[in-house]
Structure formats: structure tokens, C-alpha cells
Design a protein around this ligand. Structure first.
Ligand SMILES: *Cc1c(COP(=O)(O)O)cnc(C)c1O
Length: 354
């Protein structure tokens, strides 16, 4: 059944084992981020078996899929106030920056007799989530300290998501500075400094991570085997744990310029073409509903992606050394966005290799 996403659990296991070895040597705990694969249970189990005990996702729907596993669960996206009740029920820890929401979490936690753990998010300049102003950090701590349903366990930050800001010793050190100030001012000891996502890994590879950072939240590094500040691959990992397989439904020689007056395409854009003469095209059964065609990379590198519509992908196979037939399967590697969308599409079947 196609299109199909083939998920190689052996390779994922190898990736996480490699990363765990690196992080262990710096006493850094990995929070394995499950959002790119929608919290898929089979994958979470492999990560757990490889020694991961903390799992994190932006969406409660994904965390629910591995609810029965005895692991710590962390909500990554700042909770919606309206979901406070679910947050304290489903997750052990959440990342937060708004007192309004933290109060709501505290109330709901008290109702069910738990203490909900939070990490307070600090914006170190990337300008997505987090408290930017240090005075606001201190005033928030004073309030949180009096909330009976909340245990503040640490500080965290997220970089290279909106602003593209690169994690460095200089910016991450601000977390340790804040922790020390909080200890001084309020005699509160915070155990966790959560120093970002896969873009912070380069600081381990070049040994410049501040000592005090003891947690990283890793998604892309686990599934694509790379740090994401510069996009370098990490030795001992695979970048093809996920492969997309699609079936050819038409092969014909056609001109490279459409015939007739050119208006808008299916997505409202006016397409432009270069005349390269008659080319051999393969039409495949997958479309923009399932994946962005810029997020897939043909493994046969003589194949060129020339376009797509909702349900079709058009390839130029003129230069390929293989002679493709109707019903043949074309394979692609995927970018982060490609994995995210194909995992999310119910039309793409998932198959696990172990
Ligand atoms: C998605 C996310 C991560 C993981 O990012 P990767 O680049 O996939 O490692 C970490 N922290 C937060 C807050 C996130 O939203």
C-alpha cells in the first residue's frame, strides 16, 4: 500500500544511543521530543528501551499516545490556559512563561492532589516564548513560590526557532546567572537548566557548553542525526531513518512547457517554465496534501522533482540510469518538515522496520 513511510527503528535506536553517549559525558539529560513523529508509540518504545526516561511534546494529543508508559512526560508548548486541567493530568512537567496560566495549573493540580512541575522559560533573544526581562523573572518567581500546586524545578530556553539565534556559551550562561541570583535572593535551588533543542548540540561537540546546563530537548537530532545550528551531521548517526515510498502511475514523454495560454495553477500561482525540450516524466500518487514537495529528496539523485498538485507529484526521470515502469516505487529521504507532514497525513501508511 502506497504512499508509505518506512521507519527504520534500528537506525533510530543507533541515533539515540550515539546522542545519549555524548550527552551522558556532559551529565546532560535528554528530553526526547516526539512531536515530529506525532508521539508514535513504536518509536517512543525504542527510545525508552535505549535509556531515555523523559519524553516531551508540544501537543497533549501526542503525549496521550504513550500515556501508559512509565516515563516522565513534559509539555513543550506553553499550555493554553483553557487546557490546564488536562495538562496537569497528562504531563508531569510543562514549560511556562505566564503567571495567569501557572496559577490555573496550580488550581487544577490542587484539585487532583498533585504538584505540577514547571520549567520557567527565559527568552535569550530568539523572540519566541519566554520571559525576556529579568525583573519579570524575579517577580514571577516570588508569585510561583507561593502557589501550592506548583513545583518550580528549573529554568529553560529555546533558541534557533523563530529568530535563528545560535546558542553560545555567552547566551546560555545567562541561565546559570539567573539560577544563582534566584538562590541568592530567595534561597530557592533549581535543579534543571534546560539549554535548548538540537541547535545546542554543537556546543557539546566543540566542548563549549556551560557546565551548569543539564538538560537538552532533542527532536531533530534523534531522527535526522544532526545538530541544527549549522546543520552538521553527527558521527555515528543516520539521516535516513524515515523513507518515503511512492508509486508511479504514469510515465510519458512530454514537452517541458505547457501547451496553451497559461493562467493560475491549482494553488493560485502563475507558473513559469524553461524549455528543455521533450522530457520523460513520471507521475506519482502523492500530493501536497501529504507533503510539501520541497521537503522530499529523491534517493536516485538523477531524478528531478518538477512539480506537484494536491494529489500528484511530477518527476523528471529523463536522466535516470534506471528504466522505471508503471507500478515501480520511487524512494525519498525527507527533511524535518517532510517527516512532520507525512507522519501527520492519514493517507501515508506507516511501516516499521526493526
Ligand atoms: C520542538 C521543540 C524542541 C525540539 O526541537 P528540535 O530542533 O527538534 O530538537 C525543543 N524545545 C521546544 C520548546 C520545542 O518546541
Amino acid at each position: 500500500m502506497y504512499p508509505k513511510l518506512e521507519i527504520d527503528l534500528f537506525k533510530i535506536r543507533k541515533n539515540v544511543t550515539t546522542l545519549k553517549k555524548i550527552c551522558d559525558s556532559y551529565n546532560i539529560e535528554i528530553a526526547a521530543v516526539t512531536k515530529v513523529f506525532c508521539g508514535e508509540y513504536e518509536i517512543v518504545k525504542v527510545l525508552k528501551d535505549s535509556g531515555i526516561n523523559l519524553f516531551a511534546d508540544s501537543r497533549l494529543e501526542n503525549i496521550k499516545k504513550y500515556n501508559n508508559l512509565k516515563v516522565k512526560k513534559m509539555l513543550l508548548r506553553l499550555p493554553m490556559k483553557s487546557q490546564a486541567k488536562e495538562v496537569v493530568k497528562i504531563s508531569d512537567i510543562s514549560l511556562n512563561s505566564e503567571i495567569e496560566t501557572i496559577k490555573a495549573l496550580s488550581d487544577e493540580a490542587l484539585k487532583i492532589g498533585v504538584k505540577h512541575k514547571i520549567i520557567l522559560m527565559i527568552d535569550l533573544g530568539d523572540l519566541r516564548e519566554g520571559i525576556l526581562n529579568f525583573d519579570e523573572v524575579f517577580s514571577s518567581i516570588e508569585i510561583i513560590n507561593n502557589l501550592k500546586g506548583i513545583e518550580l524545578i528549573g529554568l529553560g530556553t529555546n533558541l534557533t526557532c523563530y529568530g535563528g539565534v545560535i546558542p553560545r556559551n555567552e547566551n546560555l550562561s545567562k541561565l546559570s546567572y539567573l539560577r544563582n541570583k534566584i538562590k541568592e535572593k530567595y534561597n530557592i535551588s533549581l535543579q534543571i537548566l534546560s539549554g535548548g533543542n538540537s541547535s545546542s548540540l554543537h556546543l557539546l561537540l566543540d566542548k563549549s557548553i556551560p557546565n551548569e546546563i543539564n538538560q537538552l530537548r532533542l527532536g531533530e537530532a534523534i531522527i535526522l542525526g544532526r545538530e541544527t545550528a549549522f546543520g552538521n551531521s553527527i558521527e555515528g548517526t543516520y539521516d535516513d531513518c524515515f523513507k518515503l515510498k511512492v508509486e508511479i502511475i504514469e510515465i510519458k514523454d512530454k514537452p517541458s512547457i505547457p501547451i496553451g495560454e497559461i493562467g493560475m495553477d491549482a494553488f493560485g500561482n502563475v507558473p513559469r517554465f524553461i524549455d528543455r525540450g521533450i522530457r520523460t516524466r513520471a507521475l506519482c500518487a502523492i500530493g501536497k496534501q501529504d507533503v510539501d514537495i520541497n521537503d522530499i529528496i529523491p534517493i536516485d539523485n538523477n531524478i528531478e522533482i518538477i512539480g506537484g498538485s494536491s494529489d500528484h507529484l511530477i518527476l523528471d526521470i529523463t536522466e535516470s540510469n534506471k528504466s522505471y515502469k508503471i507500478g515501480d516505487i520511487i524512494e525519498f529521504k525527507l527533511t524535518y518538515g517532510g517527516i512532520l507532514k507525512t507522519m501527520t497525513s492519514p493517507y501515508v501508511k506507516k511501516e516499521f522496520l526493526s
